[in-house]
Design a protein around this ligand. Structure first.
Ligand code: AHM
Ligand code: MG
Length: 336
């Protein structure tokens, strides 16, 4: 009967968020409007990703195709779509995108109260070969919308109001948290709507999978090396963990969220701050992990406590099942 309810109850993401927001009498519906613009961006990117091979959208930015139309790389195109959708929502004041060097301050006439940090199309190395990629976003509230400053986005991740990602995989899945748990929605292409398919996601307390680019092992520090060694050769009688690594953060984190385990992008000798960006990669994913009952750690502290100093700052990150992250915390703690 439960499955039947899903089939006929069509809990769309818009309906879901409107229900959530109606608990707050002061809510003016601005968040729902903002989210609907993010959802529009995700639907566009999903369509573009699915057509990429056919439409020969893949190519160098600025290249011209036979029709004389300018071809854009998917990541450039996705960025344009998200920026325009967010500005036209009338609910944003500062945008930080992985694709843009500088933050965008929205003109006063179109300004709202939300700051959105996002990576419009993450997993660049997987774009041209059809492997899962995704969009990641986090949302802050501006302090004073008459005078937005960069400090409004240089806030610790725990101040985010909401965070989420959309995965363009075998299906298009949007995972969202507004600070009250995590919910997953799958795009029904025939309806063009995201339908609630994964209510109240909780990550298993302990997992059997680790996910890391082991090609960097030569340059790892002691605790990371020791942890991965223990995944392969456990000394407590448990079975070795399986390795899964796609190289798209959204896909690797999505699997970790659903199946449990740990995702690592550690520091190494070549990249002392790791690779992933604090504002629009590390924070949103850490927010979701904590909301699902997992943990996120930088090697020094709880990831969501970090205060970024620059919008494109990087940080090492270890996130996933509560117990697995607990182990890596112990290893780093033991070192200092
Ligand atoms: P990108 O923003 O250039 O796409 O890089 C981010 C991606 C993440 O999706 C993924 O977790 C990581 O880079 C993989 O990096 P590596 O190829 O070094 O393992
Ligand atoms: Mg990225």
């Amino acid at each position: 009967h439960e499955a039947d309810a899903y089939r006929t109850d069509l809990m769309t993401i818009t309906r879901f968020v409107l229900n959530e927001q109606s608990k707050y009498p002061e809510s003016r519906g601005d968040f729902s409007i903002l989210l609907s613009h993010i959802v529009l961006g995700c639907k566009f990117v999903c369509t573009a990703v699915n057509k990429a091979g056919l439409a020969k959208l893949i190519g160098l930015a600025g290249e011209t195709n036979v029709q004389g139309e300018e071809q854009k790389k998917l990541d450039v195109l996705s960025n344009e779509v998200f920026v325009k959708a967010l500005v036209s929502s009338g609910r944003t004041c500062i945008l930080v995108s992985e694709e843009d060097e500088e933050a965008t301050f929205v003109a006063p006439s179109k300004r709202g109260r939300y700051c959105v940090v996002f990576d419009p199309l993450d997993g660049s190395s997987n774009i041209d070969c059809g492997v899962s990629i995704g969009t990641i976003f986090g949302i802050y509230m501006v302090k004073d919308d008459h005078e937005p400053t960069l400090d409004d986005v240089l806030q610790p991740g725990k101040n985010m109001l909401a965070a989420g990602y959309c995965m363009y995989g075998s299906s298009c899945t949007l995972v969202l948290s507004t600070g009250e748990g995590v919910n997953g929605f799958t795009l029904d292409p025939s309806l063009g709507e995201f339908i609630l398919t994964h209510p109240n996601i909780k990550i298993p307390k302990k997992g059997k999978i680790y996910s890391v680019n082991e090609g960097n092992a030569k340059n790892w520090d002691g605790p990371t090396a020791k942890y991965v060694e223990k995944c392969k050769f456990p000394n407590d009688g448990s079975s070795p963990k399986s390795l899964r690594y796609i190289g798209s953060m959204v896909a690797d984190v999505h699997r970790t969220l659903l199946y449990g385990g740990i995702f690592l992008y550690p520091a190494d000798k070549k990249s002392p701050n790791g690779k992933l960006r604090v504002l629009y990669e590390v924070f949103p994913m850490s927010f979701l992990m904590e909301q699902a009952g997992g943990q996120a750690f930088t090697g020094k502290q709880r990831a969501l406590d970090l205060i970024p100093e620059k919008i494109h700052e990087r940080s090492p990150i270890f996130l996933g099942s509560y117990d697995d992250v607990e182990e890596i915390k112990a290893l780093y703690g033991a070192e200092s």
